[in-house]
Design a protein around this ligand. Structure first.
Ligand SMILES: Cc1cc2nc3c(=O)[nH]c(=O)nc-3n(C[C@H](O)[C@H](O)[C@H](O)COP(=O)(O)O)c2cc1C
Length: 403
């Protein structure tokens, strides 16, 4: 993803000079990089080098005044992290969850949905030692992406594995080509009565935000089109706000025409009605109606946006996925209702019933002509959507890099 926020952790290896080259490449490619270096790393490359390359001071000390919470803040700020080079010592710390320095605390506090890449570098005996092998396996099990080392001449004069990959290889591995672009809508429309009042619905936007987070983590570039009080994704997405039904409709027409999306996932709760008149006149966003007056609203029916989305799109084969929430229906009735929404311009419907949703429990079905797999929560739904989008991207010639 261009313009990613990267926490780049450097530890005490003779290969630390390659970290400076990799940091330089990442900054040139448009990423924002914050370097964290262990005191041992700074024996090999000075803080001034990394500060000069990134434009940001290097962080090294867990106890530095004014920076006490950096091990939390940095991990929340980042889109991804990397430990490069990773010394045997730091890998051992991570494998055992030790958090007595900034790197250990940062690695332990790292949110598991964000990629954390580890590039080991050490003498071949250190690498093949059973302790290091066990430690690498343990950090891998904890979700860290462990990259291989290269063979060849080591700095210590020996020949074998343990050499840090070259800067170009490192950069290519952490910034793989993205899978394609997906637009996710979320939240509620607001139909204005006057300048401060509106008619809306109970949608929180949480489902759309959670799906956007998971798809971004899987490698999709996500545009998140959201209502004004909607929950927002944590992952880096392009955010586009909307207000009323008319505003959402115009925003989608503009956005979908501007670039070829692989898919739209339309989770927004869109008002079926807009306000046609307020006390017999046009709604006026520049006034505030008096609070003592009676109020007469007339509503006009809105068109359905979902079946129009493909027509708005620069990609005539764009996948269109909608949502249908029922209330107190059986699963088979919910599926039947969802099937009624499928058609030549709607490929799949996420169908669920409000009465079954309870915190993380979010069961439903992804209803399409060819299949209707079930899911138990948003993670499983996101996985189904991801796989469907991969197939759609492959079918339309939209760039698909890897699963
Ligand atoms: C010249 C020199 C080169 C070193 N190279 C490495 C190395 O490539 N990999 C490694 O794991 N340790 C290497 N070490 C040892 C580490 O720097 C040492 O274990 C240190 O405590 C690591 O601390 P850190 O993990 O907090 O950065 C080297 C030490 C020296 C003096």
């Amino acid at each position: 993803m261009p313009n990613s926020r990267i926490v780049f952790i450097v530890t005490g290896s003779i290969a630390a000079f390659k970290a400076a080259q990799a940091v330089s490449r990442l900054v040139q490619d448009g990423h924002t990089v914050r370097v964290v270096a262990t005191p041992a790393a700074l024996q090999f490359v000075g803080a001034a080098t990394f500060e000069g390359l990134t434009g940001h001071p290097v962080l090294s000390d867990l106890w530095e005044p004014g920076r006490a919470m950096d091990h939390i803040h940095l991990s929340r700020w980042a889109d991804m992290g990397m430990i490069c080079p990773a010394s045997a010592n730091t890998i051992a710390h991570m494998a055992h969850g030790l958090a007595d320095d900034l790197v250990g605390a940062l690695a332990l506090a790292w949110p598991r949905e964000k990629p954390l890449h580890l590039f080991p570098a050490m003498n071949r005996e250190m690498l093949s030692h059973p302790s290091t092998m066990d430690n690498l396996a343990a950090v891998g099990r904890a979700g860290v992406i462990v990259h291989p080392t290269a063979g060849g001449n080591l700095a210590c004069g020996e020949v074998g594995g343990g050499r840090l990959l070259e800067p170009d290889e490192i950069v290519a591995l952490i910034t793989p080509p993205r899978l394609g672009r997906v637009l996710v809508t979320a939240g509620a429309t607001r139909e204005p009565i006057d300048g401060i009042r509106f008619v809306s619905n109970v949608s929180t936007g949480r489902t759309g935000a959670a799906i956007a987070d998971r798809l971004a983590a899987k490698g999709w570039d996500v545009t998140f089109v959201h209502g004004q009080s909607s929950a927002l994704p944590n992952a880096r997405t392009t955010r586009v706000p909307y207000g009323s039904f008319a505003d959402l409709d115009a925003t989608l027409q503009r956005e979908l025409a501007a670039q070829a999306y692989t898919a739209v996932i339309h989770a927004a709760a869109v008002s079926d009605y807009s306000i046609a008149s307020v006390n017999g006149g046009e709604p006026d966003g520049q006034v505030k109606l008096g609070s003592g007056e009676s109020l007469e609203l007339r509503f006009k029916a809105n068109h359905k946006i979902l079946p129009r989305l493909r027509g708005y799109s620069a990609n005539g084969a764009m996948q269109v996925i909608g949502f249908k929430l029922t209330l107190n229906q059986t699963a088979s009735r919910t599926e039947e209702i969802a099937r009624g929404l499928l058609g030549s311009t709607v490929d799949a419907i996420v169908a669920n019933d409000w009465s079954h949703i309870d915190g993380d429990r979010h069961p439903g079905q992804l209803v399409a002509n060819d299949e209707a797999p079930t899911f138990a929560n948003i993670d499983e739904l996101s996985e189904l959507l991801h796989r469907r989008l991969l197939r759609a991207g492959a079918g339309t010639g939209t760039p698909v890099a890897h699963a």
